[in-house]
Design a protein around this ligand. Structure first.
Ligand code: SF4
Length: 258
């Protein structure tokens, strides 16, 4: 019973989010889709096909947990903003955070890249007045929730861990939008949250990756202008195991599943 109720609730929240953010904007590519299968992006934003393979209950809960962690982190940043505005005290006059007026956070801001037909919502932008400059540094963060297995691969003892091309591309896509919106971008970081033991660690991403994001979306637009991309491991899909989790699996019918 509880599983059913929770599943219905998560579906309701997902539908609410889809309506608020994406209804009427189906032709745009989603910034969060950067690096995913090119055929999948085509079905979503060019063909506007109805998904044939919705996530199962467990996958829906995994995504729900990620959303909840995002929401909590973002709420904490807005709380931090407000504490600063109120001389670092809450309603009970209790001091919570050492006074610091050099950081101001924005969360869930929309980005629109007209020329690339991409839109989406970044997680966190921080205005950083650390150097007491009149114009703050603009720092972008994207929160990623991952398993302990993935976390240990990214942050092994001794350094030199794995990087995720998709995560880099997604962050850099937001970076393009943030640069347009704020007129500058000084740093980008992925903020990894380990779902198993709640460790959090930053992974800096060089600003130069925004050029790769631009090239990536340009190539997607060019490829889709010729119609549905052919099957090709590396781009459509990026890895063959990804088809098992794809919402268009039956619609697409990739060779491996025939
Ligand atoms: S089923 Fe595979 S090839 Fe087809 S759209 Fe999905 S990920 Fe891409």
């Amino acid at each position: 019973m509880f599983e059913e109720i929770y599943h219905d609730y998560l579906n309701h929240k997902n539908e609410q989010n889809r309506k608020e953010r994406y209804e009427g904007n189906e032709s745009w590519y989603h910034a969060s889709g950067a690096g995913f299968c090119s055929r999948k992006l085509y079905y979503e934003s060019v063909e506007k096909a109805v998904p044939t393979n919705l996530p199962n209950k467990r996958s829906t809960r995994v995504m729900g947990l990620g959303t909840a962690i995002h929401s909590e982190i973002q709420s904490s940043l807005l709380y931090y903003n407000n504490i600063n505005k109120d001389n670092n005290k809450d309603n009970n006059n209790t001091v919570h955070i050492v006074k610091d007026t050099v950081h101001n956070f924005h969360t869930e801001g929309e980005i629109v890249l007209e020329d690339l037909n991409v839109r989406g919502y970044y997680d966190v932008v921080m205005e950083d007045f650390t150097d007491f400059n009149t114009e703050p540094y603009i720092r972008l963060y994207d929160v990623k929730t991952i398993s302990n297995f993935g976390y240990r691969k990214k942050f092994p003892r001794g350094g030199g861990g794995e990087v995720s091309r998709n995560h880099y591309l997604q962050l850099a896509t937001y970076g393009l939008g943030v640069m347009e919106k704020y007129g500058r971008l000084d740093s980008m970081d992925l903020l990894y949250y380990n779902k198993d033991d709640s460790r959090i660690k930053k992974q800096p991403v060089p600003i130069g990756h925004i050029n790769q994001a631009k090239m990536y979306w340009t190539s997607i637009n060019q490829e889709h202008s010729k119609g549905l991309p052919m099957f090709s491991i590396g781009t459509s899909p990026t890895k063959d195991w990804m088809c098992s989790y794809c919402q268009f699996l039956d619609h697409c019918n990739p060779p491996k599943f025939k």
